[in-house]
Every structure is written in C-alpha cells, then in structure tokens.
Design a protein around this ligand. Structure first.
Ligand SMILES: Cc1cc2nc3c(=O)[nH]c(=O)nc-3n(C[C@H](O)[C@H](O)[C@H](O)COP(=O)(O)OP(=O)(O)OC[C@H]3O[C@@H](n4cnc5c(N)ncnc54)[C@H](O)[C@@H]3O)c2cc1C
Length: 399
C-alpha cells in the first residue's frame, strides 16, 4: 500500500487558511485520491475523459464554485475555489481543465453577461453537471490574437447566422452548449449555441500527445441560425471573452501548484526509496539540488496564489497580476515535472508514475489561456507602459 500523498507545506501555509478553505481542499484531495488517481492513467492512454466522474464533481460543488447558491452553486470564496483547482490538477490537468471551462468559461459569462432567462435555464443544469459547456474563442488562424477572428455572425430576420470555425476547444464534442465568440457589424459578440443546432458540428481533434484525458474539438458553423435570445446581451467586444479567460487563468495558477506538488511528492518518495551505489539516491547532492529547487519554487508559488486569492476575495485583483501568476506557476510546474521525471530515471516514463503525464499536460497548460510569452508581454506592458505585442511586419532591407 503506497504511503498517502503528502502535500508540501514547508512554510506552514495551512495556518493561513480558514476551516472552510481547508475543508474544501481536503474533500477534493481525498476524492482525487480515491476516484481519480486509480483510473487516470488508463484514461490518459485511451485518450478519454472519465465522464462518469462528472456527477460526483457536481455533487462536490466543483462547477461554478463561486457563483450564488440560488443557481445550485457552492458560493465559495476565491481562495477555496483556487484550492479546489489545485487538488483537481494534482490528479490531472484534464480534470482541472474540465472544471475551469465549465465554471470560468461557460458559467461565468452566462452569469456576468447573460439574460435572466439564460441564467435560470443554464446555470442550474451546468452546476449539476446535467449539461456540459465549452468556450469557443480560438480559431485556426487566431490564437494569441483573438481579435483577428474570422467567425462571423450576421443578422438575419430576428436572429443571427453564424459561419466560421473554432479550433482547440476543450469539451467541444461533448458539450450541450457552446459559448461562441463571433465578429458582427457591431463588434465581437457572444452566443450560446446548443448541440444539435442545424449547421453546427463539433468533431473531436485526434493525435494529441498532451492533455490526453481531455476532449479537444473543432467547432464548425455553416449557415448556423440561432435566435436573438441566444446572444449574451451584456457581452460587448473582446473584453467579455478576455474577462472569462482571466477567471480561468486564476484557477490555472492554483492548478499548476497542484501538479507540481504531485510531482515533488512522488520524486521525494522515489529518491528516498531508490537504491543506487549502495544506498538511496536521496543522499546525492545533485538529487537534493533538484528536490530543494522544486520545494523552493512550490513554496513561493503557494504564497503567490494564496495572495492572489486574498486580493480576488477583496475585489482588488488586477488582470496583470493574474497573468504573472499564470506565467510563473505553470513554468514552475513544468520544470518540477521534468525534474521529477529525471529523478525517477527510466521508471519516470511509465504511466504508473505521474511525472511524465503531468509534464506532457503542462505543455498544453503553458500554451493555452494565453501563452507563457504573451503573459510576459502583458506584465511587460503594465510595468513599462509600452505594448510589445506587435512588431513590424516588413522585413529589414538586409533580408
Ligand atoms: C489542449 C488545449 C485546449 C485548449 N482549449 C481551448 C478552449 O477551450 N477554448 C479556446 O478558445 N481555446 C483553447 N485552446 C487554444 C489556446 O488558447 C491557444 O492555443 C493559445 O491561445 C495560443 O494560440 P496558438 O496555439 O494559435 O499559438 P500562436 O498564437 O500561434 O503562438 C505561437 C507562438 O508564438 C508566440 N507569440 C504569439 N504572439 C506573440 C507576440 N506578440 N510576441 C511574442 N511571441 C508571440 C507564442 O507565445 C507561441 O510561442 C486550447 C489549446 C490547447 C492546446
């Protein structure tokens, strides 16, 4: 019987949490240990999401965690919600991605920008896991620059007609409702497009070597007619989808700490038990160097996300602070996963260990919801006052 997971807490950060926050964290931690870890490697290998866990996630209040109870949500504070994401990603980034999309990218925009009818219809269903949602912003030719999207919504009679394609959409194939962002004559607008709407299809993308336990899809719109009542009435311009991404990135920063902690715990255990040159490899300075680096970066990241949560709960959080956290925490987790895999030697490439799975997942997490470098530019622009997103397109004369 393997020893139970020991989350790194070198600076007694547990003491910073309230009883409720600890309870939310421990409940999800236990659930991940009992229900996710025994099956996740199989799902990862088979490229399937463990969809039988969706009702259990709903039961635990993991969808729309911070939204009001009147919609069936848990109305948690933001630190609790972050801790939930941390524990989910300790299991696998696919679980955290599922919860992030459902909560931050589907329920949040419906709550923030939807009509009362849209909220009353969709939020209780999404909270119960009786409906799954997805968020369609990225396109084949519009990734880091979503403002260049080509998907169009044109007015026809009392409604709208959508044409275009989205790509890399988490949960697209399984979603009952897609939050779709499209260009209109009045600017970018958001629409709720239901599964089965004529002219709408969502084929699954195959061949991923990362986030294999998550469903990723294209969304295709060919003269797809939707009523005016499907438009999110308060979502005006690109700021609306960007505000959703900001919510999700907050959870990603916390989630990355969970993935890193899983890798550190596994590598530390392994180093103590693996005998080479007549004793445990943990006695070698070079191995200790890696373990101490991991612990040190995890501890800094734990403090960072805790403060991020406190600022969010106080209503003082700036989106640039979220960018810095997403950038730092995911980079840190990616490095930890690589070091853990290294410490575990050849065994580290096996799916019975978590390090390689996290390492591969974190490649996606490093890129999605704003790439590492794009967040660097966001923070760079904030501190210098100069935006560096656009460089001259014309080559210099020497080229
Ligand atoms: C598994 C997975 C799930 C996803 N789920 C969703 C989803 O549910 N919904 C959704 O809408 N999208 C989703 N995405 C898409 C994701 O958000 C995009 O991949 C991301 O925004 C980056 O876009 P891109 O892949 O087109 O990269 P590009 O924008 O083409 O970037 C390529 C490289 O160029 C760099 N670069 C780009 N612009 C600049 C610049 N100005 N300065 C310096 N460097 C730059 C980037 O940092 C990167 O290194 C998902 C992606 C993955 C991998």
């Amino acid at each position: 019987m393997p020893a139970p997971y020991q989350s790194p807490d070198y600076y007694q950060l547990d003491e910073l949490l309230t009883d409720e926050q600890r309870m939310a964290r421990d409940t999800v931690r236990d659930w991940v240990g009992e229900r996710v870890l025994p099956v996740i490697a199989r799902h990862y290998q088979a490229c399937t999401f463990p969809s039988d866990l969706i009702p259990e996630m709903a039961q635990l209040g993991l969808f729309g965690t911070t939204l009001p109870e009147r919609y069936g949500c848990a109305a948690m504070d933001h630190v609790s919600s972050g801790l939930v994401m941390q524990e989910l990603e300790r299991g696998d980034s696919a679980l955290r991605s599922f919860a992030s999309v459902q909560s931050s990218l589907v329920m949040f925009p419906i709550h923030a920008y939807g009509s009362e009818e849209q909220k009353d219809r969709w939020l209780p269903l999404l909270a119960k896991g009786a409906a799954v949602g997805c968020f369609g912003l990225t396109e084949p030719d519009a990734g880091s620059d979503p403002g260049s999207m080509k998907t169009r919504a044109a007015r026809r009679g009392d409604g709208w007609v959508l044409n275009g394609a989205k790509m890399w959409i988490t949960n697209g194939t399984v979603a009952d409702v897609a939050v779709v962002w499209a260009r209109t004559d009045e600017g970018i607008r958001g629409f709720l497009v239901e599964k089965g709407t004529p002219g709408f299809s969502a084929p699954e993308m195959k061949g991923k070597l990362s986030l294999r336990a998550s469903v990723t899809s294209e969304l295709v719109f060919e003269d797809c007619a939707v009523p005016e009542s499907s438009r999110l009435p308060l979502a005006l311009g690109l700021r609306a989808p960007l505000s959703c991404l900001n919510q999700a990135r907050y959870g990603i920063a916390w989630g990355a700490v969970g993935a890193a902690s899983a890798c550190y715990d596994e590598a530390l255990r392994y180093a103590r038990e693996r005998i080479m040159f007549d004793g445990p490899i943990a006695r070698f300075q070079l191995v200790q160097d890696k373990l101490v680096w991991m612990l040190s970066e995890i501890t800094k990241a734990q403090l960072l996300v805790w403060r991020l949560g406190a600022l969010k709960d106080a209503g003082k959080l700036k989106h640039t602070q979220v960018s810095l956290a997403k950038m730092n925490c995911v980079w840190m987790a990616r490095e930890c996963a690589r070091m853990a895999r290294d410490i575990e030697g050849a065994n580290g490439i096996l799916d019975e260990y978590c390090a390689m799975r996290h390492m591969q997942n974190l490649e996606s997490v490093y890129t999605y919801e704003g790439t590492h470098d794009v967040h660097k530019l966001v923070v760079g622009a904030d501190i210098t006052g100069f935006e560096a997103f656009r460089a001259p397109v014309k080559p210099t004369s020497s080229n």
